[in-house]
Design a protein around this ligand. Structure first.
Ligand code: C5P
Length: 227
């Protein structure tokens, strides 16, 4: 409750990796820390939004002032996101696993001397594209992320079109040194890519990126009210 430029707005954020089971004790995962997504959820709440954070398994704490839904797999993440629609803005920061095992073992797989198991993989749903391409109850503002090492803007622009979202936060990971734009690091160099053009932001801490993004979202939601 209270004021703030996002007061009265519902914001949904995805964050962290997903875990896709191979058997009851093993999974496919990635190195996403959840730092950027969690910081965005917190920044939006600090600006007065009603925030739901759908998080994959991370080792960082739940941000204060935010409703957190914990999930493991991409399909659970999609279901949680869909059940929290409609929202004014949705930010897809999670590093969703592209594939999952078609048939994970129901019991722990054993080393039984017959060689290594093989898995066939199937594609996970694209959560960002699913929400961005909704015809009913689509969020006013749909934001995706893209980590690129080269042709950052070009790739972000084609991702914008392919996914059907409004903004891509393009992450230049080409100069990825310790702590700069790498998964798990504390700093990030981003450009905001939309139909309207490209905004290049200086390298900043992930918290500062989050605050600036939340402020930019508040401005966008305010502007679209009058269209
Ligand atoms: O296609 P790519 O993985 O590069 O796209 C990244 C963007 O798409 C991120 O915003 C990510 O959260 C989102 N995404 C998603 N569901 C997937 C794959 C990516 O929401 N299955």
């Amino acid at each position: 409750p209270g004021g703030g430029p996002l007061a009265g707005k519902r914001v949904l954020v995805t964050s962290g990796p997903t875990h896709e089971p191979l058997d009851p004790v093993r999974f496919i995962a990635n190195r996403s820390s959840g730092k950027q997504g969690h910081a965005i959820a917190r920044a939006a709440a600090d600006l007065g939004a009603d925030v739901t954070l759908v998080s994959g398994p991370v080792s960082i704490p739940d941000p204060p002032g935010v409703t957190v839904v914990h999930v493991e797999t991409a399909r659970e993440m999609l279901a949680a996101v869909e059940s929290h629609m409609p929202v004014d803005a949705a930010v897809f920061c999670a590093a969703v696993a592209d594939w999952r095992a078609a048939q994970p073992g129901e019991e722990k797989l054993k080393k039984d001397g017959s060689g290594a198991p093989s898995f066939s993989l199937v594609e996970n749903p694209d959560i960002l594209a699913t929400i961005a391409k909704r015809t009913e109850a689509r969020p006013t503002l749909v934001v995706g992320f893209a980590a690129e090492t080269e042709k950052v803007i070009e790739h972000a622009q084609s991702k914008l079109a392919r996914k059907g979202c409004d903004w891509i936060v393009a992450n230049d990971v080409s100069h990825a040194g310790p702590g700069v734009g790498v998964m798990g690091g504390d700093r990030n160099t981003v450009s905001i890519v939309s139909q309207a053009g490209v905004e290049n932001w200086p390298t900043m801490g992930k918290d500062a990126v989050a605050t600036r993004l939340a402020e930019r979202m508040a401005k966008q939601l305010k502007d679209t009210q009058w269209v």
